[in-house]
Ligand binder design. Structure first.
Ligand code: SF4
Length: 433
């Protein structure tokens, strides 16, 4: 078995556990899939006895929080472009109940994965409490008289919402054929495998066999299909391609004098145009043929407090969007200065452009101190500071920023001639300190 999908026959379950029986059928079903190698398989699990099987797989494995395995698998599925890969989610009825909405969403979108819900009708790992899938009459540690109402019908739910394949089986023998069929489905397939936990299920329900427990309790075997539904990634790829074709690619209209990379931060206040200024800088840089990234941070109450933005300009593609060394900081308000203070004080080189009303931080950077708030008003302080930075640093023409501004919504509120004039006056003032 060492060449197979499972690395060992010694599975980590109690003797007689239904999980072991299903695992052996999974191994056989996977072996039947032509061309599927262990490295084409991604096994996703979460908390519960079945979740500890991932270490036994010779495959890619992801072990997540309780109930979140289908959410993780959704992300993996949507990120995969290789149709050879297979995503297999193994979870229990507890995880299925906790993460029910993830399952419903994945089924609704018909996201490509096979989900095997090991329904032993209770939480085995924590002592035999009932789950949402526990059937009527089944006794558990906290319902010693048996569940008085019926459990949820997961198979009907996922079928009703759009899953390509939904099936309930009684896992009392070899279930390889059913698992193989589910694994061959393109799109979302779910198998609810009803089984017994000897340690709690058998203990609390002595002498009862699976057929008798499931009959009349809403757990009869069933197979439901939605024919002709496309897997989500196919639909998304088609739609995204047409959307991307409609996105205008900004034309390169200007040159630049940058060699390498420049990283800047803009530190100001909410409502003073920090984020929109950073976006304008980014657009201007793109129109100069540069690569650029922009990130913003501000409190959850977006209308008050600090507003910080980070922009990286580069002649090369940018693969890491974090800023490790600041080349220039544009500081236009007390709140922005206070928020960025620790980073400003760490600057050993570069330039800090700071409003003259602010206390300048101790730093090894060059200080450019000007009145950025008065000339065009506080709401344009960040824009004026950015325009001054562009003019003074000279790595791209100010005209590129002015062009980006005039074609933006912000351009309606700011007179580009006045902005250019204010920048020239700031330059004339000189006096770098
Ligand atoms: S507690 Fe129950 S579900 Fe868990 S491994 Fe043991 S028999 Fe299986």
């Amino acid at each position: 078995m060492s060449q197979g999908f499972l690395s060992t026959e010694n599975l980590p379950f109690c003797a007689g556990c239904g999980h072991g029986l299903i695992a052996r059928s999974i191994e056989k079903a996977l072996q039947r899939l032509e061309h599927l190698t262990p490295l084409d398989l991604v096994v996703v699990t979460d908390i519960g006895c079945i979740g500890i099987i991932d270490k036994q797989f010779n495959a890619h494995t992801v072990h997540g929080l309780h109930g979140r395995s289908v959410a993780l698998a959704t992300g993996i599925s949507m990120g995969l472009s290789n149709p050879r890969k297979k995503i297999l989610v193994l979870l229990g009825d507890g995880g299925a109940t906790i993460g029910l909405h993830h399952i419903i969403e994945a089924a609704h979108r018909n996201i490509d994965m096979t989900v095997i819900v090991h329904n032993n009708m209770l939480y085995g790992m924590t002592g035999g409490q009932p789950s949402g899938l526990t059937p009527c009459g089944f006794k558990t540690s906290t319902m010693p008289e048996g569940r008085p109402d019926s459990g949820m019908d997961l198979v009907k739910m996922v079928h009703g919402i759009g899953a390509a394949y939904a099936r309930r089986i009684i896992a009392a023998g070899d279930v390889t054929d059913a698992l193989e069929e589910a694994l061959r489905v393109r799109g979302f397939s779910l198998i609810e495998a009803v089984e017994l936990c000897p340690s709690y299920g058998v203990k609390f329900n002595p002498g009862r066999k699976l057929p008798e427990i499931t009959e009349g309790a809403g757990l009869a075997p069933v197979l439901l299909r939605n024919e002709s539904v496309e897997p989500f990634h196919t639909t998304v790829r088609d739609n995204t391609e047409s959307l991307l074709n409609d996105v205008p690619v900004p034309a390169v209209e200007f040159g630049h004098k940058l060699s390498g990379k420049v990283s800047i931060i803009l530190a100001g206040s909410a409502g003073e145009g920090v984020q929109s200024t950073a976006e304008l800088l980014a657009q201007a840089a793109i129109s100069c043929g540069l690569h650029v990234t922009k990130k913003g941070s501000y409190p959850v109450t977006v209308g008050v407090g600090f507003s910080l933005a980070e922009v990286i300009f580069s002649t090369e593609e940018i693969h890491y969007t974090g800023i490790t060394g600041i080349d220039a900081a544009l500081v236009t308000s007390v709140e922005g200065r206070d928020k960025a203070l620790a980073r400003l004080e760490k600057m050993k080189s570069g330039t800090i452009y700071i409003d003259s009303a602010l206390y300048a931080p101790g730093s090894g950077a060059e200080m450019v101190i000007r009145d950025y708030r008065a000339p065009l008003g506080a709401r344009s302080a960040s824009l004026l500071c950015a325009a001054h930075f562009v003019k003074r640093s000279g790595f791209m023409p100010l005209e590129a920023l002015l062009r980006a501004l005039s074609s933006s919504r912000a351009g309606k509120a700011v007179d580009t001639d006045k902005l250019e004039q204010a920048v020239c006056e700031l330059e004339r003032e000189g006096g770098a300190k």
